[in-house]
Write a new protein. Structure first.
Length: 237
């Protein structure tokens, strides 16, 4: 075991073992001598004494520990909120994109196209021409028969060119007497269908967004759990 001597002013002290030397609180410039040295040298020049002069952090006070713990907690919360925000944003974005697909699936675009068609002047003109053609056809039949048929299907409103559209797109509509405004009926029926498609699409897209958020967050939490278990297993080994 090596024995060390050190100079305290003009006084020589020692011999001390390395452990005993630590307790004497020597500085890096304290003169040291041990067997094997030709002369006294500063303690910092001896490699085995470097450990005595390594700076160590001061002891944490209870208040400092609480501040550090509080800061760490705030950082972790901020990171978690940032992660949750990203997941929410992506889930909502996917939900918005999917809402278009749901709207298409619920035939929303179909009824938007039909509504535009029924509102167009071209469609109105086509219906007027068809009505005129049918009236002339009935009048011609009445003229040939020599009687006026007041109970004809057209005059009673039981038949109308737009009824074909109503039946084809909306089922069997309620027959109105006289000459009802079938155009408004067609348009309002389209609006109801569009409104229902929008409601269903919103519900479906919200359900999908919530489902994606829950699944994604659960996967991240489970992954963290596996990482934590793996790290602690390594420490135990």
């Amino acid at each position: 075991m090596k024995e060390y001597y050190f100079a305290d002013g003009n006084e020589q002290k020692g011999p001390y073992s390395l452990e005993e030397l630590k307790n004497n609180k020597i500085s890096a410039t304290t003169l040291i001598w041990r067997e094997g040295l030709n002369d006294w040298i500063e303690a910092k020049r001896l490699k085995e004494l470097e450990i005595l002069f390594k700076s160590t952090p001061p002891l944490l006070k209870e208040k400092d520990e609480k501040n550090i713990t509080s800061k760490r907690r705030k950082i972790l919360i901020a990171k978690e909120l940032k992660l949750v925000g990203k997941i929410v944003f992506i889930s909502i974005l996917i939900g918005l994109i999917s809402s278009l697909l749901f709207f298409y699936n619920h035939e929303g675009f179909k009824y938007i196209s039909l509504k535009s068609r029924f509102e167009s002047s071209e469609y109105q003109s086509q219906i007027k021409k068809e009505l005129n053609r049918l009236r002339k056809q009935e009048q011609e039949q009445e003229r040939k028969q020599g009687i006026f048929n007041s109970s004809s299907r057209l005059s009673r409103g039981i038949y109308h060119p737009q009824l074909d559209d109503l039946k084809r797109f909306f089922g069997n509509p309620t027959i109105l007497s006289g000459y009802p405004n079938y155009t408004n009926l067609l348009i309002s029926s389209c609006e109801i269908k569009i409104e229902n498609a929008i409601k269903k699409s919103i519900i479906d897209s919200l359900t999908l967004s919530i489902f994606l958020f829950i699944i994604t967050y659960l996967v991240i939490v489970i992954k963290r759990g596996f990482i934590w278990v793996a790290e602690n297993s390594k420490k135990d080994i």
